[in-house]
Design a protein around this ligand. Structure first.
Ligand code: NAD
Length: 320
């Protein structure tokens, strides 16, 4: 019998890569996504179209994870695992729209956990975020460090969801892994994220908005590496609850990001310096020892190589 998996947010950037990965391995995949208009919905439709080529093993349900009645009504299969990626994404918009972020992200997780309980789904993978570390300055950030100081409603919603998962793992024996992603990039990256936004503007000769210092930095993670970590988490069968960083263990400064984009896209950036934004962090960096130990996780690409692959994906879609 084929393995079955339920992926929420599967029409999005990371979710569509995971969906294709599981389909290519012969799994039956059900995607739940409400096609949220946070960015151009046609991008999500294209992502789904790629998955439809796998035929009957792929099923798409346009559902909202905050609507428990509809979820419970339409989802009956005995899934082997849930990967819950559906969320309102982005730190900055959560500062201007906190109630929606809090509601969709925590209520959505609560609903998916309830569904896991109702359908006896044994494994729940939750996609958390590096933003939960917040103002912690003890780099690289380790999962053992309890000094979590989030500074945005988005980050708080992710941390609250991790805690909900802990409760369900203890109450009902559902294995819950919270994977804290560190800024993910690569083909199909969300258009609101810096790399995608900067590349587009640089190609069009427009200034790029740089909020805060050129010395601020991010631990960027190539999407294929994230998928490798997610894939291992789906098969993980040891402890009942874990929080695991999926990053690259290397901080790239804003200055270095812009220089590498200039090299890869062969164009010069015009920088529009702006004040730091509420909710932004100065720097992120992941300790990935736990991911290596528990999941055999090993990020494989240099930053420049990852950006070249991102550029090639834009060329392929004739977006350059
Ligand atoms: N991209 C990153 O750098 C990054 C970093 C840390 C964590 N994450 C997390 O990874 C997950 C995937 O992120 P992504 O970058 O692929 O974002 P994305 O926006 O491309 O994907 C999220 C998907 O969730 C769907 N969605 C939103 N609200 C929903 C709802 N109420 N019901 C059903 N579906 C809904 C959207 O339509 C979208 O397709 C998110 O949970 C995000 O918070 C991403």
């Amino acid at each position: 019998m084929n393995h079955k998996i339920l992926i929420t947010g599967g029409a999005g950037f990371i979710g569509s890569h995971l969906t294709e990965q599981m389909l290519s391995e012969g799994w039956q995949v059900t995607v739940v996504d409400n096609l949220d208009p946070f960015y151009d919905v046609s991008i999500k439709e294209q992502n789904l179209h790629r998955c439809q080529q796998y035929g009957d093993n792929f099923k798409f349900l346009q559902l909202d994870v905050t609507d428990y009645v509809a979820l419970s009504d339409q989802l009956k299969a005995p899934y082997d695992a849930i990967v819950h990626l559906a969320a309102k994404t982005g730190v900055r918009p959560s500062v201007t729209n906190p109630r929606v972020y809090s509601f969709v992200n925590t209520q959505g997780t609560q609903n998916m956990l309830e569904l896991a309980r109702e359908l006896n789904i044994p494994q729940f993978i939750f996609t958390s975020s590096s933003s939960v570390y917040g103002l912690n300055t003890n780099f690289p950030w380790s999962e053992n460090d309890q000094n979590l100081r989030p500074v945005s409603p988005y980050a708080c919603s992710k941390l609250a969801s991790e805690l909900l998962g802990h409760s369900y793992s203890q109450l009902y024996g559902i294995r819950f892994l919270a994977l804290r992603f560190f800024t993910v990039y690569g083909p199909r990256q969300r258009p609101d994220l810096a790399i995608h936004k900067f590349a587009r503007k640089m190609i069009n000769g427009e200034p790029i908005p740089v909020f805060g210092s050129l010395d601020s930095g991010r631990d960027y993670t190539f999407v294929k590496d994230i998928i490798q970590g997610l894939r291992q988490a789906i098969s993980y069968d040891k402890s009942l609850f874990e929080v695991i960083n999926l990053g690259n263990n290397k901080t790239i400064s804003m200055k270095e990001l812009i220089q590498t984009l200039e090299e890869v896209f062969e164009t010069k950036a015009i920088i529009n310096h702006l004040p730091a934004q509420a909710g932004d962090l100065l720097m992120t960096c992941a300790d990935i020892e736990k991911a290596q130990r528990l999941l055999g996780y090993q990020p494989s690409l240099s930053f420049k190589k990852g950006l070249q692959l991102f550029r090639n994906s834009l060329l392929k879609k004739k977006l350059l």
